[in-house]
Design a protein around this ligand. Structure first.
Ligand SMILES: [Zn+2]
Ligand SMILES: [Zn+2]
Length: 338
């Protein structure tokens, strides 16, 4: 391991996002135009239409093509398959966040840096489990880096969702469950699949991504797009919709519906009330506090750099434990996952 100065950093934060000078590429660039981008996953704040050429995993590529364009110049690699960029060797490794999500491993003259991207350690039937990638410096997200954030098992949350649906059937009411369109919605459908074969209805924004997941062979309960022209009664049905649909004209069709929200943010009770949901289900696609700490230890990194979320609080905590940690700041907020 070489000694570290900002000049020799393998990856640094720039106004365009994380940049590797030795490899001349950005990771999840936030603005452009830039030449080469390595994309960790398809969420909107990570995959933007700003690069000439993209490098990503097989799992992410249909998501990028759907969300950016079919015409982007895309190099697709398997997990663990090394490729050369500039003077560096790069490989992508499972992050356990959503389908195709990857950590980026960058090696240069024997020094290894890893960027986790968004990640989680909890089981998720829709994507490959997080892989521990040993490194010298780990750049990690810190979206939920407060000790209060600890996740219950997803199977338990799925049973709670099903029980809530059953209660609403008894009441002859519609259940509208809000969840992010990419990743969370498919995880809910896949967790429900272990408990039931009941059909779920989908908001139009969710259906195309469910199709991509089905294409990738992810088992999920049957699902059907809501037809707003159809005057049928949806009483007793479960509908998945993106959070933006709450309070939109789309919701008028489901007046009096019971509403729920699936997110790590629901761990804090005030968030549910403030956002106006009847029920909150704690289901996150990010690492909780214990898994962040576990991951730093597992990586055996001698240096931790944080961005996204509560970086500063985690930096202070790690400093108190004698860990070399800094916050990189973040040029963007997490808009699409939680
Ligand atoms: Zn994400
Ligand atoms: Zn993110």
């Amino acid at each position: 391991m070489t000694s570290f100065t900002p000049e020799t950093a393998l990856i640094k934060m720039t106004p365009y996002g994380l940049y590797c000078p030795q490899g001349r590429f950005y990771i999840d660039p936030v603005r452009g135009p830039i030449e080469r981008a390595v994309i960790t996953h398809g969420h909107a704040d990570h995959a933007r239409n700003v690069a000439e050429t993209y490098f990503t995993t097989f799992g992410s590529s249909p998501i990028l093509q759907k969300r950016l364009s079919n015409d982007i110049s895309l190099h697709t690699v398997s997990y663990g398959e090394p490729f050369t960029l500039g003077e560096t060797t790069v490989s992508l490794h499972p992050a356990g966040h959503i389908l195709g999500s990857a950590q980026v491993r960058v090696e240069h003259q024997g020094e290894v840096w890893v960027v986790t991207g968004d990640f989680k350690r909890d089981h998720d039937p829709t994507c490959q489990p997080f892989e521990v990638v040993p490194c010298d410096t780990l750049i990690s997200e810190a979206t939920f880096a407060l000790p209060i954030y600890r996740w219950p098992p997803a199977g338990q949350v799925a049973r709670d969702i099903l029980a809530w649906w059953d209660e609403n059937i008894e009441l002859h009411q519609v259940s509208v469950l809000f969840c992010y369109a990419l990743g969370k919605a498919q995880r809910v459908l896949a967790e429900l699949k272990k408990l039931t074969d009941r059909r779920v209805f989908l908001h139009g924004a969710i259906l195309p991504i469910v199709d991509i997941y089905r294409e990738a062979g992810i088992p999920m309960v049957p699902a059907e797009k809501i037809d707003l022209q159809n005057k049928r009664d949806y009483a007793g049905e479960m509908i998945l919709a993106p959070p933006g649909a709450l309070g939109s004209p789309w919701m008028r069709r489901f007046k009096g519906a019971q509403t729920g929200f699936c997110s790590g943010w629901m761990r804090v009770r005030g968030n549910r009330r403030r956002r106006g949901y009847d029920r909150g289900f704690v289901l996150s696609d990010h690492a909780d506090w214990p898994s962040l700490l576990q991951t730093f230890e597992d990586s055996r990194a001698s240096r931790i750099q944080l961005h996204h979320g509560y970086s500063d609080i985690l930096v202070r905590y790690l400093g108190e434990q004698g860990v070399d940690a800094i916050s990189l700041g973040s040029p963007f907020a997490d808009l699409e996952s939680g």
